[in-house]
Design a protein around this ligand. Structure first.
Ligand code: PLP
Length: 485
């Protein structure tokens, strides 16, 4: 029986028989009562119902808030408690523990088979982010003007140690604006890896260019140098290296190929902020390097992105293009048929606060990855993320390859993990297999991206995960792998 919040927590009043039915359905021998705000107000167990039947001459029709036969002091724990505290209750024969926030509102629950929900990644939003947002609201600077935009752009370039940063509404907008500002458009071919998130190729299609899908390198899971060289022809205008799962591509070699063939480099660094290549931060090499600040990224602005140009003139042009193409000097005079990719001051205000904590976030994520590695490194069924002497991962999403699993078996594993509260995800599907992109395939089987795209899983990677929680998740993965063998 699948236990979920609905068949465990019910609002009062409830029909007495309905309450018994719900206990029967969830199979735990207990339900919990909540008010309309989800505040925990009591519990009702098999034992409670037995006592009512023995005591009362006739069965009550309803259970009301003021009924005296349910438990008004049920066991519960704060949602951010240690796993060991939950286990202590299980050892005392408690089968289910509501997890509540500071206002006693139910946010999750624990059973022995599903200790709690572990989301794939939880952002870390602190007081400074909230105060900055309040400043935007209180001063009325909620759209794309206000002090935070410039501050975020300058701060971001400062973090990268150079480049000209232009803040935009998403990572996808960053890719599109980067290409628009570099005049990449109709009939231009852009080389892109077949193993990436769809936004990389969508951006190419939406600027009117033609994506050319090439396979990835098994050592880095990113663009294969041989495949790039084979794909270049007279229509090629750019290469889009994607530093997938935070692993750097071979940047120096790609730079060399681009230089020899007079090509632009538009780097997709959406997942790679904080990662390094030969000890320099990823994002300093392309003509345009593009970052995402979606909620699961190293730093977030809710939605948002940044495109960083090598050249100031192109960055200035991009700033005009992002604002409908309007001249900064002459209001409503359009210099380009532009776009509206502006970031709001509210988004930037979160970004400014997040940027101050970036090194701390990175360290926390590194600790999470290292702890998972410790659990998995000797497991012969698993391949870990690439590692080499010339780069360091950005520790975005902890990723494993379940090497001998078919796609179907991999998906069954994901479902089993989800039933145990673990929000694991599949890797990115090889682009050439999906209908909108099939026509950009070069007819090859793309063996490496096909293998990686169907046997990869991502595990919960929140920077706030404790070692106990990581060990718990890892143990469940290992147990499930055994079961699926
Ligand atoms: C590789 C890659 N490129 C581009 C993007 C697009 O970023 P956004 O979601 O901010 O548009 C993402 C988003 O996760 C990504 O993973």
């Amino acid at each position: 029986m699948k236990i979920n919040i609905d068949n465990l927590f019910v609002e009062l009043p409830i029909d007495f028989k309905e309450a018994l039915k719900t206990i029967e359905i969830n199979g735990l021998g207990i339900i919990f009562f909540i008010d309309s705000n989800k505040k925990l107000i009591g519990s009702f167990s098999d034992g409670d119902s037995r006592r009512v039947i023995l005591k009362e001459t006739s069965l009550p029709k309803m259970i009301e808030k003021n009924s005296d036969f349910y438990n008004k002091k049920p066991h519960y724990l704060p949602f951010d408690c240690q796993i060991s505290e939950i286990w202590t209750l299980f050892h005392h024969n408690i089968k289910c523990v509501p997890l509540v926030d500071n206002d006693m509102n139910v946010v999750d629950f624990s059973t022995s088979s599903r200790v709690r929900k572990f989301p794939i990644l939880q952002p870390d939003i602190g007081d400074e982010e909230i105060n900055n947002l309040l400043e935007c609201a209180n001063t009325g600077w909620i759209s794309s003007q206000g002090r935070f935009i410039k501050e975020f752009e300058v701060g971001f370039s400062g973090y990268l140690n150079g480049g000209h940063a232009v803040a935009v509404s998403s990572g996808t907008a960053a890719l599109q604006l980067g290409m628009l500002a570099l005049d990449i458009g109709a009939n231009d071919e852009v080389i892109v890896p077949n193993f990436t998130f769809g936004a990389s190729i969508n951006a190419i299609i939406h600027v009117g260019a033609i994506p050319v899908l090439v396979d990835v390198d098994p050592e880095t899971w990113t663009l294969s140098l041989k495949a790039i060289e084979a794909a270049i022809n007279k229509n090629t205008k750019a290469i889009m290296p994607v530093h997938l799962y935070g692993q750097s591509a071979h940047i120096d070699e790609i730079n060399k190929i681009a230089k020899n063939n007079n090509l632009h480099i538009v780097e997709d660094c959406a997942e790679a902020l904080g990662g390094t290549y030969k000890k320099r931060l990823i994002g300093r090499d392309g003509d345009a390097t593009c970052f995402s600040f979606f909620a699961n990224k190293l730093i977030t602005t809710g939605e948002g992105g940044m495109v960083v140009f090598k050249d100031k003139k192109t960055a200035d042009k991009a700033k005009i293009m992002r604002d409908h193409g309007m001249s900064p000097q002459k209001k409503y005079w359009h210099e380009f048929a532009g776009v509206n990719f502006r970031m709001t001051n509210m988004q930037a205000s979160i970004g400014v606060a997040q940027l101050k904590k970036i090194n701390n976030f990175l360290l926390k994520r590194k600790n999470v990855f290292q702890r998972y590695d410790k659990n998995f490194k000797s497991n012969s069924q698993l391949l870990l993320l690439p590692k080499n002497s010339w780069s360091e991962n950005s520790y975005w999403l902890y990723t494993l390859v379940v090497s001998e699993f078919t796609e179907k078996k991999r998906d069954k594993l994901l479902k089993a993990l989800s039933d145990r509260g673990i929000d694991a995800r599949p890797g990115f599907y090889p682009l050439h297999k999906m209908p909108p992109y099939q026509k950009y395939s070069n007819g090859s089987d793309y063996p490496i991206s096909s293998f990686l795209g169907t046997s990869t899983i991502n595990l919960p990677s929140s920077p706030g995960l404790t070692f106990d929680e990581i060990d718990h998740i890892a143990q469940i993965v290992i147990n499930e792998l055994e079961r699926f063998k």
